[in-house]
Write a protein that binds this ligand. Sequence first.
Ligand SMILES: C[S@@+](CC[C@H](N)C(=O)[O-])C[C@H]1O[C@@H](n2cnc3c(N)ncnc32)[C@H](O)[C@@H]1O
Length: 451
Amino acid sequence: MGKADLASLLQCPRCRRAGLRAGPECFECSACAAQYPSLGGIPWLFADPERALGDWRNRLGQYLEEFGAATRAAEADRALTTRSFTRERLDRLIEGYREQQRLVTELLAPLRLATTSLGQATQQAFATRLPLSQDLHSYYANVHRDWVWGDTENQRSLEVVQQALGGVRERVLVLGAGACRLAYDVHQGGAAPLTVALDLNPLLLLTARRVVAGETVELIEFPLAPRGLADVAVRRELRAAAPARAGLELVFADAWQAPFKPQSFDAVITPWLIDIVDLDFAAIAAHVNRLLAPGGRWVNFGSLAFPWRRPGLRLSREELPAVLAETGFGPPTLEEVEIPYMRSPASRHSRLEQVVVFGADKLRRTPHEPEPPRLPDWIDTHDRAVPRIPALALAADASRIQAVLLALVDGERSIDELVRIVSEQGLLPADQARSAIRGLLERLYLAGERV
Ligand SMILES: C[S@@+](CC[C@H](N)C(=O)[O-])C[C@H]1O[C@@H](n2cnc3c(N)ncnc32)[C@H](O)[C@@H]1O
């Protein structure tokens, strides 16, 4: 078993009407002819592969620019200080930032960074958001936890997940697999012929791909609370105990537009995923249900720190069984275990987490199959008139107001003068102009300080 089996489970994430076959790129849909490339040997199975590629390229550009700016800021401070320890710390930091830029550029070479960078202003103006506000540096600490210093935590996580999984599973899917240590451990420790690790972050998955193939990957760790001067930027060598056995497949995709036929898996694992995504628990359950064969098992592992504004969606442990029952699952095994979390030896910061682990079998199909999010035709097809919907009209007005105010900033005028002009021109009521202008300038100033 291996690649052929993965291919037999795939379904076009765009039209959802047919399977995928090997094509000139990597895969192509036999119904709508959509083409899906491969990135560094990993199938790139986003519903709109070009857009996802553009998004991640931008993010890589932004990431490198942020490191460039951080390097320059550290160099500027280095030039100002005469204290030897401070110099030493800044030297380490500068070296770490430079090295990280070089290593990440090399690692993410398959993304083919755009040759002309968009420039900071353009990027800010057109900031794209992948689903679920994931950035390139999101969960970066996980790569070091997974492949350098996290053995106690990794081992404990594996034990509780294996226990919740129960017996042997043939086809396992890990959604939001991150740097893939858990998927690797489950695959190595079990007898599954096929374990698929799915994620959307290229830094995490491209690192994982090389590590599970038996390579050593070098990256710099920047601990949250460095223990000492030497810990501000630590060169790490990431490696696995042994290359993964055949059948561990990595896939780039959005978990909620997962490129698989219904009922493809007999186990789905969601580690540390359900409370960091833009879907509520019932919708997640419906997606997992669709992917599971009858009798298949969903194992969830992580916290329940749901971010929802709506209180009704911030479920507690006790509420999960009822939602599972409504979405076609049997009564779950439900456990709470305490595990150390992100305990880097280079950091003074770590957590002790009360993790919720449940395993639930699929009894029947969810009454309401999840629908992939649909965009209106005027976005999807590129050749229709763009309607001036309220959100766009509002954004246009807001940008115009900002542009008018910022055009008055000429390096000479004070806030008092700006307030006077703006009030005289009737752009803002006099009693609100001062706090509004001060607020905007303060916000932009602080954002600039952070860059
Ligand atoms: C909190 S991290 C957990 C990573 C990994 N499971 C672990 O335990 O270390 C959440 C992961 O979910 C991924 N993720 C978030 N939204 C996703 C989506 N819609 N589809 C696929 N992966 C997603 C992120 O890229 C990240 O790797």
